[in-house]
Design a protein around this ligand. Structure first.
Ligand code: C5P
Length: 266
């Protein structure tokens, strides 16, 4: 009989919930990190810098090396353009990608519809489509300047709800937004969280970071971690330490009922 962690996740399952941000500008460095970390993390996040430097071959190269990809290009354009970009992203075989929720309900609905259609028509695996709500670099004053007076948290929750209405799979959210989103959007909605640091690491801005234990306890489904693994003397050991901390958060009783993923999913 297999040993199961509480709440449906298999032992060691948190490895699949760790996303390593591949924020480097060299293909050689990227592939070297992928080769070292494929067995340690669940996914590699490719952002604008690396994608514009290397092109789609970076996605294919990661997949050839056994890795999964979160393509973090944060699409925001008219609905038709984003939906077409999403179709090409899907054909690349990524596991996740994101769009800005502020691009509109229609933009998100059309994206989800076209992605589902191309997957059915071409027999492709359907990626998770995530919404970015309010960028973590924006504060209350930044929002006011663009005509949003309701404050960051209200705007985050409003956009998360809109993403849910559009049948998006989830959101990218900073640590302090996990709890209000989980409360408002329920369990069936993915929360992917950057801004995570191990206890004892240098915290540049204490308010904007959380430990992996706390983020998982609060209800995050996936954590995105870059610098603490990339700049570690031993990135493999750093990734393992992160997974161990996530597992401690998962086994906390406070976590009960807050996970979104089907137990069978990676
Ligand atoms: O800081 P770190 O390298 O761990 O960040 C991982 C990824 O998450 C980066 O790609 C970064 O752009 C993103 N990030 C974010 N919001 C934060 C912190 C990091 O979107 N507050």
């Amino acid at each position: 009989m297999s040993v199961r962690w509480p709440f449906g996740l298999r032992q060691g399952g948190m490895r699949s919930r760790l996303i390593f941000a591949l924020d480097v500008s060299s293909i050689t460095e990227a592939f070297s990190l992928v080769e070292r970390l494929t067995a340690e993390v669940g996914m590699f996040k490719v952002g604008k810098q690396l994608f514009l430097h290397a092109g789609p071959q970076i996605v294919h190269g990661i997949r050839e090396r056994g890795g999964e990809v979160f393509l973090d290009l944060k699409f925001h354009d008219i609905p038709r353009t984003v939906a077409k970009a999403a179709v090409e992203t899907t054909r690349m075989g990524v596991r996740m990608f994101d769009v800005h929720a502020s691009g509109s309900l229609e933009m998100m609905q059309r994206t989800v519809a076209e992605v589902s259609k191309v997957c059915r028509g071409e027999g492709l695996r359907r990626p998770k489509v995530l919404a970015v709500t309010v960028l973590t670099s924006l504060n209350r004053d930044d929002l006011k300047r663009v005509g949003v007076a309701s404050g960051v948290e209200n705007q985050v929750v409003r956009l998360a709800r809109l993403a849910m209405q559009a049948k998006m799979d989830g959101v990218v959210a900073s640590p302090q937004e996990i709890a209000p989103i989980r409360k408002d959007c329920g369990r069936g909605f993915l929360i992917v969280t950057p801004g995570v640091r191990l206890r004892g690491a240098t915290w540049e801005d204490q308010k904007r970071v959380m430990t992996p234990e706390a983020a998982i306890r609060a209800g995050a489904d996936y954590l995105v971690v870059g610098q603490p693994i990339r700049d570690a003397a031993d990135p493999v050991a750093a990734a393992r330490e992160m997974v161990a901390a996530m597992e401690r958060g998962l086994s906390s009783p406070e976590r009960r009922g807050r996970t979104s993923l089907d137990p069978a999913e990676p």
